[in-house]
Ligand binder design. Structure first.
Ligand code: SF4
Length: 356
């Protein structure tokens, strides 16, 4: 392995082909932090419009620390993994309290903030502050496992520590941020996660042991995938009426912990209910329906669970009082309310009914 020149080749590739991104053109630490959090679990193409909107609305740590939760959730709506947004706000509040709204400059200090793990801390510290620390994510694991034909485990602490050591050996002290970003770019454009790597155009092909062995696709060695748990739900679009007698939709708030914690949802029943079970439930709740019609089924995959949903649109003649733990939203309120992407199909069904 030609350790002295690998980083030169990688940086030359980066200088020639780096993607032009708003947080690279103006590498403000706050922007880098927000972009790195958004990029956890989410593709760059999806993130870019969200990033622009977020920075426009919340241009500083101080703005983020003070933002209303509903506004924050609306800015994040569709990105998923909403705890990321809540942690951003908590971290901003911690920075305001401890450090006048300034980001810590080392990976070690960054990791003490909510929502910042070793990868994100390494990425921010190296890109924003030039600290020579690796940022080990899926791209780095793939590229370096192939470069070194490393066939040990990559999903546990020991495997990651080994890869971290390999990266640290070749990371240049003067451009650690560019080096980390170069690996990210190489991993997304050339040493691809799905399908065959494009070794013929790779700037590191002369360094790559996997290519010499003729088996790049054998690396990295991944943990066996866990099957997602399947959950069946019945989603209820309960249409009540506001004080003027106009149609309004009933929403509720999810529990404060766990999946989609604290976010809005349509009332949901575990399992796929029959119409009789639905009638019994409505009666139990003190709700009187004039009619109910089934809605098309929908699915949503989270990292560890898949929801298989069926839905009903239920028009109520009496919505009971009070609406315990629930809120009644008028058409105007509905248009601006944040709702997780998991409910996209049912949101569209209501939009269609209300002509949006
Ligand atoms: S030569 Fe091929 S396998 Fe090796 S790092 Fe480059 S793209 Fe990946």
């Amino acid at each position: 392995m030609k350790k002295n020149t690998l980083s030169d080749r990688l940086l030359a590739y980066y200088d020639a082909h780096a993607r032009i991104l708003p947080f690279r053109v103006h590498p403000v630490p706050y922007h880098i932090w927000i972009s790195e959090i958004m990029l956890q679990q989410t593709r760059m193409d999806t993130v870019l419009p969200y990033f622009e909107r977020f920075i426009k609305k919340l241009p500083s740590v101080a703005d983020l620390a003070l933002v209303d939760d509903e506004v924050l959730m609306k800015l994040w709506e569709g990105l998923g993994y909403y705890s990321r947004a809540r942690n951003l706000k908590r971290a901003a509040q911690a920075m305001m309290e401890r450090n006048h709204g300034v980001l810590p400059q080392t990976a070690r200090e960054l990791e003490k903030l909510p929502g910042i793990g070793p990868y994100t801390a390494g990425a921010i510290a190296s890109i924003a502050f030039g600290e020579p620390v690796p940022a080990i994510d899926g791209n780095v694991i793939r590229v370096f496992s192939r470069l070194y034909a490393y066939d040990g485990p990559t999903h546990n602490v020991k495997g990651k520590a080994h890869l971290q050591q390999l990266v640290a050996q070749v990371m240049p002290k003067d451009r650690p941020g560019d080096f980390n970003q170069a690996i990210m770019d190489l991993g997304s454009a050339i040493c691809l996660p799905n399908g065959a790597p494009r070794c013929e155009v790779c700037p590191l092909k002369t360094d790559c042991l996997a290519v010499q062995k003729g088996n790049p696709l054998d690396y990295p060695v991944l943990a066996p995938k866990k099957q997602r748990r399947i959950e069946e739900w019945t989603v209820l679009l309960l249409l009540g009426h506001d004080e003027e007698g106009n149609e309004a939709i009933i929403l509720e708030t999810r529990p404060p912990k766990g999946l989609l914690a604290g976010l809005n949802q349509f009332p949901m029943l575990l399992g796929h209910c029959t119409e009789k079970q639905l009638r019994d439930w409505l009666k139990d709740q003190g709700l009187v329906a004039t009619h109910a019609c089934p809605l098309p089924p929908s699915r949503h995959q989270f990292s560890h669970v898949e929801w298989r949903m069926q839905g009903y649109l239920v028009v109520l003649s009496s919505q009971g009082t009070p609406l315990e733990g629930r809120s009644l939203l008028t058409k105007t309120q509905w248009r601006t309310v944040a709702l997780p992407t998991a409910f996209r199909a049912y949101r569209s069904a209501l939009d269609a009914r209300w002509g949006f």
